[in-house]
Design a protein around this ligand. Structure first.
Ligand SMILES: Cc1ncc(COP(=O)(O)O)c(C=O)c1O
Length: 375
């Protein structure tokens, strides 16, 4: 029987709302009753709770993942004329954050298995102007950081982690967000940890950088506050209401992550033997958190259409690598210069993935995919 379009969506927040809706409403009411809406006790508590969760010394809540990237780059000293190496196969904010500072994103290729930055390609993209590298832990797969960190040491570069999709993922036993000089998290509603609107955070182990971010996010004010401005800053603070909501969800993040990992294992087992490339479930060194569960197929569009007809939602993240976006037509990167990124964009398909997805629904996704390849 053909199912309705809403049968098994790619993503839904309904299950989460059923589980914690009452607690979220109580947290919002607590803030409303307090009358403190900006940089109050909820921010303070969230900063220390999230820092602990990701094993970083410091966390500073901000108003989006994009702001988190911009502030991290600015704190690392990136400015006009500098170059920053970024993957092209990512959400465009990784690159636009560089552009926003007047610096130039230089695009590097990715590893064909993890779909994260390839250190060899990064090395080829370095120039005397390179100031930093942004390692994106895409889809929740940890990027192989060690080769990037050793490159960074020898060339005096900052490694900034883009953890927008990798909350609680680990690399060599350490959580992403605790390894590079600075890291940027997004709490966009659909992220593994999502606010009820835009939100993000910067993490770092460096007390000096922590203080710079604190000033940058709050109009350049020093810790003294008031109308004493020590740098030309921005207004990208995290709202107290969002911090309070994030604190409720953070208590569930470990359990939600385990559920995503179980579902990914179920998918990988059910889909084995098909002409599909499956995402790694992890290794001795990595623990992915499956923000997205993404397979690759040279029949991607036909498979997506077949799943759609059977009421199963899918998504393509991302159909165009950033260096081929019209916005970066001026970047000087020639087409086919990044073959792995370009092939990935043609082949990737994300299947339904959220903590509350039932194993029977995941099983139906598997069966439908298997039937497609039997035809
Ligand atoms: C890899 C990556 N980087 C950066 C961002 C930007 O985060 P935000 O949407 O919170 O600004 C996102 C969000 O989608 C992302 O997926």
């Amino acid at each position: 029987m053909t199912k309705t379009a809403a049968d098994i969506p790619l993503l839904t927040l309904k299950g989460q709302q059923n589980e914690i809706g009452a607690e979220v409403k109580a947290a919002v009411a607590r803030v409303l009753d307090s009358g403190v809406f900006i940089l109050g006790p909820e921010n303070k508590a969230f900063d220390s709770e999230f820092a602990r969760a990701v094993g970083a010394k410091f966390c500073l809540g901000v108003d989006s993942g994009t702001s988190a990237l911009e502030l991290a780059l600015e704190a690392a000293g990136v400015g006009p004329g500098d170059e920053v190496v970024v993957p092209s196969f990512t959400f465009i904010a990784t690159a636009t954050a560089v552009s926003a500072l007047g610096a130039k994103p230089v695009f590097a290729d990715i590893d064909p298995v993890t779909l994260t930055l390839d250190a060899k390609s990064v090395e080829g993209a370095l120039s005397p102007r390179t100031k930093a590298v942004i390692a994106v832990h895409l889809f929740g797969q940890p990027c192989d950081l060690d080769p990037l960190l050793s490159l960074a040491r020898s060339r005096h570069l900052a490694v900034i982690e883009d953890c927008a999709q990798s909350h609680l993922a680990t690399y060599k036993g350490r959580p992403t967000g605790s390894i590079g000089r600075l890291a940027a998290f997004s709490f966009y509603p659909s992220k593994n940890l999502g606010a009820a609107g835009d939100a993000g955070a910067v993490t770092t182990n460096d007390a000096q950088l922590r203080n710079i971010i604190d000033e940058l996010r709050n109009c350049g004010r020093s810790a003294i506050g008031g109308y004493h401005h020590v740098r030309v800053g921005h207004n990208c603070r995290l709202d107290e209401i969002q911090a309070a909501i994030l604190r409720v969800k953070l208590l569930r993040l470990e359990a939600w992550t385990a559920s995503r990992q179980r579902l990914a294992a179920l998918y990988n087992e059910g889909l084995s033997g098909l002409p599909l490339k499956l995402p790694p479930l992890g290794s001795k060194t990595t623990r992915p958190v499956f923000h997205l569960y993404t397979v690759r197929s040279d029949r991607r569009d036909a498979l997506a259409e077949d799943l759609r007809r059977h009421g199963i939602g899918t998504g393509v993240y991302y159909p165009t690598p950033v260096h081929l976006q019209p916005a970066y037509a001026v970047s000087g990167v020639k087409a086919a210069a990044l073959p792995v990124s370009e092939e990935a964009s043609r082949e990737v398909l994300s299947l339904p993935m959220y903590a509350e997805l039932s194993t029977s629904d995941a099983g139906r996704v598997v069966e439908t995919v298997r039937r497609f390849f039997k035809k």
